[in-house]
Design a protein around this ligand. Structure first.
Ligand code: PEP
Ligand code: MG
Length: 312
């Protein structure tokens, strides 16, 4: 087992342990913000926009056509604002839209979606956003409004980025809507092997952070569809290849003053927590129910490191 046998019965302190590695929380639905903030998490490591958009039952394109761009922007502003209020001044990392075409297909307007043989390798995340700047710019406009309202704890996170070209193009669109990338906190998800291998160039392009999306990083590194039960036993976030990509990326980011973080499910696994803290990750973001356990695991690993260093 991964845990010491006495650990399960040890009463957990209601007090949040102080850790050098920040422990954050993932938020999928804005309604959970209150419960998420009550965990004492150091911020939101991933706030997904999907729920805010998909719960309108329309694709972004259809929603904008039916209700106008301003309503679309305000949908995002109000969703993010609820979370940013709850956490202020703790940072809230908001990921731009990242739904695959098969999910959009279920919605009103979904018939207009491209028909893809393999949606997970297709038109999603930053790829779709850069290909449809007229929609993406409305998302960025929502960020600009939030910044103008004083939400300086809001951060922009770009999904499924591959390389510095993606970063340059996103950055240029930020500027187009009046966001100054040199004063805002924004960064990328590391979800493809390409992004892990190209992180140094992205650091030069000005990213503030790199956050491991291990659900996707694992599926793309191992070529194991994360939703295919036939290969589910091969889906291993702790595979040496995945850990090597993560470890090397953390090292490169540390050399380049870029924060590192994890917001995939693996961030809740004690073995992954041990690996990440030992490698020097800046923050770990976990689901609401896992935050307290992660806080304690991080504390345990940090104390062990400290003892080892003074006993050397
Ligand atoms: C991930 O890929 O690990 C991630 C956090 O993003 P999603 O699960 O939404 O693809
Ligand atoms: Mg992902």
């Amino acid at each position: 087992g991964e845990r010491e046998p006495h650990e399960d019965v040890r009463p957990q302190s209601p007090v949040k342990p102080m850790t050098a590695t920040e422990v954050k929380v993932n938020v999928s639905i804005p309604e959970a913000a209150n419960r998420a903030a009550a965990t004492g998490a150091d911020g939101v490591g991933l706030l997904r926009l999907e729920h805010m958009i998909l719960s309108t039952d329309k694709t972004p394109e259809r929603y904008i056509r039916d209700h106008g761009a301003d309503a679309y922007i305000e949908e995002i502003v109000s969703g993010v604002r609820g979370v940013a209020d709850e956490f202020y001044p703790r940072p809230v990392r908001v990921r731009t839209l990242d739904a695959p075409t098969d999910e959009f297909r279920q919605l009103e307007g979904g018939k207009d979606e491209p028909n893809e043989h393999n949606p997970m390798l297709g038109y999603r995340g930053i790829r779709r956003s850069l290909d449809r700047p007229n929609v993406f710019e409305h998302e960025l406009e929502a960020f600009r409004r939030l910044f103008d309202m004083g939400y300086d704890n809001v951060e922009i996170m770009l999904p499924l980025v591959n390389d510095v070209e993606d970063v340059h193009r996103a950055k240029s669109l930020m500027k187009d809507v009046g966001i100054d990338p040199s004063i805002r906190t924004w960064g990328v998800m590391i979800e493809t092997p390409a992004s892990a291998l190209c992180v140094e160039e992205m650091a030069d392009a000005g990213i503030s952070f790199a956050s491991f999306g291990t659900n996707d990083l694992t599926q793309y590194t191992l070529a194991v569809d994360r939703n295919n039960e036939n290969v589910a036993s091969r889906f291993d976030e702790l595979h040496p290849a995945v850990l090597k990509l993560i470890g090397d990326t953390i090292e490169t980011c540390r050399e380049n003053d870029v924060d590192t973080s994890i917001c995939g499910q693996a961030g809740s696994k004690p073995q992954m927590v041990r690996y990440l803290v030992n490698t020097g990750i800046s923050s770990i973001s976990a689901n609401i129910d896992a935050v307290r356990d992660v806080q304690h695991e991080v504390k345990r690993v940090e104390q062990k490191l400290l003892l080892e260093s003074v006993r050397e």
